[in-house]
Design a protein. Structure first.
Lengths: 334, 334
DNA sequence: CTGTTAGCGCATTCAC
DNA sequence: GTGAATGCGCTAACAG
């Protein structure tokens, strides 16, 4: 038999409403009644049905989170941090995975809206100018925050992004300081904000130092190891000149370069220096340890959840946060 | 204004029920009406409210998943695979994290029950004989499957576990074949099935080969790198005799041993050989690459989701699956 | 083919 | 202090 409020009420021969109120410690109800109700509820293992409650209160106390992948150290870290913070603040996270696919992201957003989450956090895969997910959420007037990646075309939306431009600029500058001149860059789609900002940071640093970057030394690798391997491998097949250093848009891309170097017997850092971005947990386990930029993932995740909940509850919040990081040089650079 | 079925019905001046049926392609309704309704729904960006539907149908089309952690390659892999399979079968996953804490697991289960998920999959943290999560789910008659780790005390429950005993036996045997005799084992709590089974596999292989294992050569390390480091470090401080090889209950534990070896300038595999279990993605990135056992995580995850959904829908399913694996020797063993 | 009625579990409002 | 009435959005059973 299902244990719900009616069940308890019938057993106690009181009204269902009294049960509701008693369970909420409503001042209306006599303490003795409250005690009786709670005791029985405990005994029966009563668990409130949130579905019913949500329908009535128009709140679900859940927040939807859409990420491109789970099984990557970067994402699994921010996911876990968001879970931690949400749990502490009394919210449940409904996690969806877009698998780096725009249509899937849209479907996820639809699911979240139909599940009536109170707000949404997206690490976007969008590369197109018009973003349907965004339009839809806007239409439904749900609080929304982009974390990490957001479609570049959307301006008027809350976001929590990393200080990509400045970190990339600084990183490049540190390389230049060490005497590097012929530096290659491997990036992803320019529609994704992180790729754009990091590349601009790189380019600006180079031009500020009056160093030239040939157009064909900016390769496009779609943000993952496999593509990066292919792209750099192809470069090696078609060109004889090796850059002195390669700046990669993230650590996965750097690992792809590692692989290509190993296949072609190019020694890191003797023949070439490599730097990544993002500080994957494996970045200091590979040989040689990878120089990279450590982003404050916990802070970004915490801020995202805190801010979204503030938005949900019409509380004040800081606008458009930029999260810093720290440059870490290891043996992949001479 | 909120777009719901009533809103559409009013606009079209028909009954709400007609709208419901039209949206479901119910044969009752005239095609012309169906078209009109769907067109308007599309135009308005109507998204059904699943909360309402669930309350009415008593089904949520969601399955609850509880895992100890997210930010570990093993867990993030099975999570992602479960998402993949669930999505393909039209179910949503509600993911909860117990953070290796039994009380938290129980709270998660309560949340899932109150969200009225159709079934639950748990990678358990329970170490105690009486498992409250289990009792609760049983009481609520929800389909339940344990994956990977389950409380050893519970017998009559569906589970999907890895072939720990046999793989551990085989692994140990392969070491013995290579001439190793003084072998240490580092394990976790014996209440967790994987620890128990793997240790028994090890012990049996050793005794079958008439090799002795001193009791103080079976260390307890709680399944993670930090504890493993501490435990083995402590051993090194208090003992002079080094084992020829160490079998670790999982790769994290093996990495803790790596760390202790490095701190104490013990060379792997020259001074000591190490094997892990689980095939973390980093296992072949560390130096030297770690010998380990690769478990078929995708299969386990797929089977878990498929089976749970079969249970939910009262369809037949195979009982208590055991998922195999493959032993991979790398440079961490001579 | 369409609509009426009823109910899912809970919470709020208001009257007793 | 207690409870009756109402509605949240949707669906199922039945009637017209």
């Amino acid at each position: 038999m299902k244990v719900n409020q009616k069940y308890i009420a019938d057993l106690l021969k009181i009204s269902r409403v009294t049960v509701t109120k008693a369970l909420q410690d409503h001042p209306d109800i006599a303490i003795s009644t409250v005690k009786k109700v709670k005791a029985l509820a405990d005994e029966l293992g009563y668990i409130p049905n949130i579905v019913g409650r949500s329908l009535s209160t128009k709140k679900t106390n859940t927040i939807g989170v859409v990420v491109p992948k789970i099984n990557h150290s970067f994402f699994s870290t921010i996911i876990e941090e968001m879970y931690t913070k949400a749990q502490a603040l009394g919210y449940q996270i409904i996690l969806m995975v877009s698998f780096e696919n725009e249509e899937s992201e849209l479907a996820n957003v639809k699911s979240l809206l139909s599940m009536n989450v109170d707000g949404i956090i997206i690490d976007s895969v969008s590369t197109s100018a018009k973003d349907k997910s965004y339009e839809l959420i806007l239409k439904h007037q749900k609080p929304l925050i982009y974390i990490d990646r957001k479609p570049r075309s959307i301006k008027k939306v809350e976001s929590i992004v990393f200080d990509d431009y400045n970190l990339s600029y600084k990183l490049t500058n540190l390389l230049i300081d060490r005497g590097y001149k012929d530096i290659m860059y491997i990036t992803g789609s320019q529609e994704v904000n992180i790729c754009y900002d990091r590349l601009i940071g790189f380019k600006t640093a180079m031009s500020d130092a009056r160093l030239d970057v040939p157009t064909d030394w900016i390769l496009n690798a779609d943000l993952d190891k496999e593509n990066s391997y292919k792209v750099f491998q192809k470069y090696l097949e078609n060109n004889s000149k090796l850059p002195e250093a390669i700046v990669c848009v993230n650590d996965f891309v750097a690992l792809g370069v590692y692989e290509a170097c190993e296949k072609n017997q190019i020694k890191i850092p003797d023949d070439i220096s490599i730097v990544g971005f993002g500080h994957l947990n494996i970045s200091n386990l590979v040989q040689p340890p990878l120089s990279t930029v450590k982003l404050d993932l916990q802070k970004a995740s915490f801020v995202a959840v805190e801010k979204l909940i503030a938005m949900i509850n019409d509380q004040p919040y800081e606008k458009n946060n930029i999260i810093g990081g720290e440059i870490i040089f290891r043996e992949s650079v001479k």
